[in-house]
Design a protein around this ligand. Structure first.
Ligand code: B16
Ligand code: MG
Length: 216
């Protein structure tokens, strides 16, 4: 029986994955890297800021010091935060609000499991925070997905056993992390068929048999 649902944020509840791509693209251009594409961006889903930077740098040929890499990551985050200034409820993906309301009225606890350090800001700006019982994000963890830490922290904060939680994710790293935490997984998004989750859907606006998932 599922008692808590732990949602990834970027790409599941909000469309901020597009803004991440724009900000990384700006940095790539500045570094003279013109081969960074949307296909590369898929590898950045659910992984930490520094790991995402490595994906960008792997498309160029220069070697940089740790200090320079930290400056690049900070620069990208500043671009990203600038883009987040415009963020509001319009960034909430289709079906999300209805889904969160349904889970609340069903008595389920709702958590966030995001490796983003900007997760609290995004939840505030979109107004989604009012549906969320506990947030586990990049500020709470030392290891990013596919390590299960972010979901374990979420379940611990919710006071739930791991096996009583469902993880909703759009990235392979996130599904692997959810399984490693011994949680059930629902894969959503355009690549859901590649995620090998326990359940799958094109998005939270799709036909999902929540009764069967929650009572399994
Ligand atoms: P930040 P999620 C992840 O969020 C993104 O998918 C990933 O692309 C990003 O690198 C990571 O957050 C770190 O984000 O730079 O804001 O700390 O999908 O786990 O909600
Ligand atoms: Mg995601």
């Amino acid at each position: 029986m599922i008692r808590g649902v732990i949602f990834d944020l970027d790409g599941v509840l909000v469309s901020t994955d597009e803004l991440h791509f724009e900000a990384w693209k700006m940095l790539a251009v500045e570094l003279g890297i013109d081969k960074f594409t949307r296909e590369d961006n898929k590898k950045q889903k659910g992984v930490s800021r520094m790991e995402s930077l490595e994906v960008v740098l792997s498309k160029g040929s220069k070697i940089y010091s740790q200090e320079m890499k930290e400056e690049f990551a900070e620069r990208k985050n500043n671009y990203y935060k600038k883009l987040l200034e415009e963020l509001d409820e319009r960034a909430i993906l289709p079906g999300v609000t209805e889904c969160l309301r349904m889970l609340k009225s069903n008595g389920n606890l709702i958590g966030i499991g995001s490796v983003s350090k900007n997760a609290p800001l995004i939840l505030e700006k979109t107004g989604l925070i009012k549906y969320i019982d506990k947030v586990s994000c990049g500020l709470d963890i030392t290891r990013s997905k596919p390590d299960p830490e972010v979901f374990e922290v979420a379940a611990n904060k919710l006071g739930l056993k791991y096996e009583d939680c469902l993880v909703v994710e759009d990235s392979l790293a996130g599904i692997v992390a959810g399984k490693a935490a011994h949680m059930k997984t629902l894969g959503v998004g355009s690549e859901y068929e590649l995620l090998r989750a326990d359940y799958e859907a094109t998005g939270l606006d799709a036909e999902i048999d929540w009764k069967a998932i929650l009572e399994a």
